[in-house]
Design a protein around this ligand. Structure first.
Ligand SMILES: Cc1cc2nc3c(=O)[nH]c(=O)nc-3n(C[C@H](O)[C@H](O)[C@H](O)COP(=O)(O)OP(=O)(O)OC[C@H]3O[C@@H](n4cnc5c(N)ncnc54)[C@H](O)[C@@H]3O)c2cc1C
Length: 295
């Protein structure tokens, strides 16, 4: 690696457990916290073209295995966080902006349509990668354009038509990552938007184990059904492996009760998947992304 004048933070052999909402995961060979977009582009230019790269937002949809990630992790949280109004009905936000911040900024600016983002505990980059959504709202219908960064540090602007977007799944051009997005919103009332945010957060804490370490919904909902219903019907609420347990409050959440390893969580995911299939014939597919190596 040829490292020139870099202003970001470079952490070798950094444990990823502190960067994921499950609080598990082995080390990254190198974790980079860029100072800003120009610094990140500079960093990428110095990397070998075949260096494995993982972009990490708030790690709220990521199971990093205990053996860690044998490559470079770009950690955007708190770093790529420029946000501003874009024209009269839009917002420009960089990938590291927390979804909650985007929702509050939009409401404060008298723009509506992004309230659902308030309870999603990830970054805008993660929301774009996942097409995150809640309570009837989804990320991509808001997207006017995105800025992408590639392995050589080159930026390009792309439109939604350049992506295949589905339920919690987005396929874009290979070797490019989300740097920022322009979101199109509607004019509305700030007080009403803030009230809607509060009511969506209340609904969430009534139905989800929000204060405990988890990866959110483990499985995608199959067409016409709910993963949580199928897991509950198979009698799996409370099922545990090591320190990992199927939540009693929301069966599609797997909780780290304190000392879970990534292997405990992954083994429990597979057990749940097999048991649901035996019970209902439905093979669930995971929403959480799994990366890295097992020990
Ligand atoms: C308690 C809880 C509740 C949740 N509720 C919801 C919900 O209501 N709706 C919902 O959709 N999700 C929900 N989630 C899941 C999660 O918050 C979302 O998927 C979120 O969008 C992930 O964002 P992140 O920044 O944490 O991404 P990460 O977990 O860091 O990464 C997720 C994936 O996106 C990729 N990625 C991250 N940043 C970029 C980037 N800039 N460019 C390209 N790829 C990138 C990563 O490589 C990885 O593959 C919940 C999770 C938890 C823990």
């Amino acid at each position: 690696m040829d490292i020139g004048e870099l202003r970001g933070e470079m952490l070798w052999d950094e444990s990823l457990a502190g960067y994921t909402s499950w609080r598990v995961g082995g080390p990254a060979k190198l974790l980079y916290r860029p100072a800003d977009r120009a610094d990140l582009a500079n960093f990428l230019r110095g990397l070998d073209a075949d260096e494995p790269l993982l972009w990490l937002g708030l790690g709220s949809n990521l199971l990093v295995r205990d053996g860690g990630f044998p490559g470079v992790v770009i950690a955007t949280r708190g770093r790529l966080d420029v946000m501003r109004r874009d024209g009269t009905q839009g917002i420009y936000a960089e990938a590291g902006c927390a979804c909650a911040k985007v929702a509050r900024f939009a409401a404060g600016a008298g723009l509506v349509g992004a309230e659902f983002l308030a309870g999603i505990p990830g970054t805008l980059g993660g929301a774009l990668a996942m097409n995150a959504g809640a309570f009837g709202g989804e990320t991509w219908p808001l997207v006017r354009s995105v800025e992408m960064l590639d392995h050589r540090g080159e930026v390009s602007v792309r439109r939604p038509e350049d992506f295949e977007v589905a339920y919690r799944q987005v396929k874009g051009p290979d070797g490019e990552w989300f740097l920022a997005a322009n979101l199109a919103l509607e004019h509305g009332d700030t007080a009403q938007a803030k009230a809607r945010i509060r009511s969506l957060l209340d609904r969430r804490s009534a139905t989800q184990p929000t204060g405990l370490p988890s990866g959110g919904s483990t499985f995608r909902n199959p067409p016409g059904d709910h993963a949580a219903r199928l897991i509950e019907a198979a009698g799996l609420k409370g099922m545990a492996m090591g320190g990992a347990r199927v939540s009693e409050k929301h069966a599609n959440f797997i909780i780290n009760t304190g000392d879970a390893s990534a292997a405990d969580i992954e083994d429990l995911i597979e057990q749940v998947r097999d048991r649901v299939q035996q019970h209902s014939g439905v093979r669930l597919s995971t929403e959480v992304h799994r990366v890295g190596e097992r020990l």
